[in-house]
Design a protein around this ligand. Structure first.
Ligand code: NDP
Length: 268
């Protein structure tokens, strides 16, 4: 591990860049990108799922698209993690496991379980997400195995305890809300129905709410710029989509529950 880090550092030295500079610029870049994505998505719905439409160039089968765009995240996270000096320490390993559990599910299990054969996704979406996930995964890996310092006492730090609690809660909300959506389609059905029960009583996209809570939990538990940048990006990406989904439900279903909010129960 140490030798690989030295080799990596000597390549960067020749290029006159420091890993710490790359980390700082890329995480700041992700934060800036989040702002741009938020503004853009207020006017344009990302072309996949119910919002897929013509005019976005070639498309790929949806399940394949999910695997291709999400898989770079766990791969680049693990690669960057492996270069870090603290890669064998218990807390960085714990953060590695949290991240990988989420992404192995998202990149492999989630697409396999998804209902609705024949769906497609714009290749543009896949390529954009592939690039983002590669960079973001690498920054999160580097953050926990090199940049952050996590002595064993971090296990009792309120930021760690609340952050891990939020991560687990968010993952549970996300997984159960996605499972409710899956249950709406019988085999062979590709249509849309009004989801009921659980947090769907309060908001149209509880799966997104869970995802947002999960990554803010990760940011808090790791107390890292990369974690924060990813959490802010997730919010910036999913809040406009939740708004678009909510509007879409209301247009499609005249009997859509009036009091259901967009993303945050009672608030929005
Ligand atoms: P959606 O809620 O749009 O769709 C999830 C699945 O449920 C899809 O298979 C969709 O089918 C199906 N579905 C949705 N609504 C209905 C309905 N009313 N009736 C029947 N089936 C329905 O979620 P996304 O596809 O946008 O996201 C999937 C997961 O990925 C979520 O858990 C989300 O949190 C996560 N994600 C995370 C991001 C991040 O930035 N971290 C970015 C994007 C997603 P179909 O595909 O046919 O529409």
């Amino acid at each position: 591990m140490g030798q690989r880090l030295q080799d990596f550092n000597s390549i960067l030295n020749e290029l006159h860049v420091l890993p710490s500079e790359i980390y700082e610029y890329v995480t700041r870049g992700i934060l800036g990108f989040a702002g741009a994505v938020f503004l853009l998505l207020l006017f344009i719905d990302a072309p996949y799922g119910r919002h897929l439409r013509s005019g976005w160039g070639p498309s790929v089968p949806s399940k394949l698209g999910w695997v291709l765009m999400e898989l770079p995240s766990p791969i680049f996270m693990a690669l960057a993690y492996g270069f870090g000096e603290n890669a064998k320490q218990i807390l960085p390993l714990f953060f590695l496991v949290l991240f990988q559990l989420h992404y192995v599910h998202r990149a492999v299990i989630y697409p396999l379980l998804a209902r609705g054969t024949g769906r497609r996704m714009a290749l543009f979406t896949v390529v954009a997400a592939f690039i983002f996930n590669s960079l973001n995964g690498a920054m999160c890996g580097w953050a926990v195995s090199q940049v952050g310092s996590y002595p064993v006492s971090w296990l009792a730090d309120p930021r760690f305890l609340v952050g891990v609690g939020l991560f687990v809660l968010g993952a549970w909300v996300n997984l159960s809300a996605d499972a409710t959506l899956r249950g709406l389609r019988k085999p062979g059905d590709t249509g849309y129905h009004i989801p009921q029960g659980g947090l769907y009583r309060f908001v149209s996209s509880p799966n997104y709410l869970g995802e947002i809570v999960e990554w803010f939990g990760f940011a808090l538990a790791t107390w890292s710029m990369a974690g924060l940048a990813f959490a802010v990006f997730t919010l910036a990406n999913l809040a406009p989509r939740a708004r678009a989904n909510h509007r879409w439900y209301k247009e499609q279903f005249p009997d859509y529950p009036e009091d259901r909010r967009v993303l945050f129960p009672l608030l929005y």
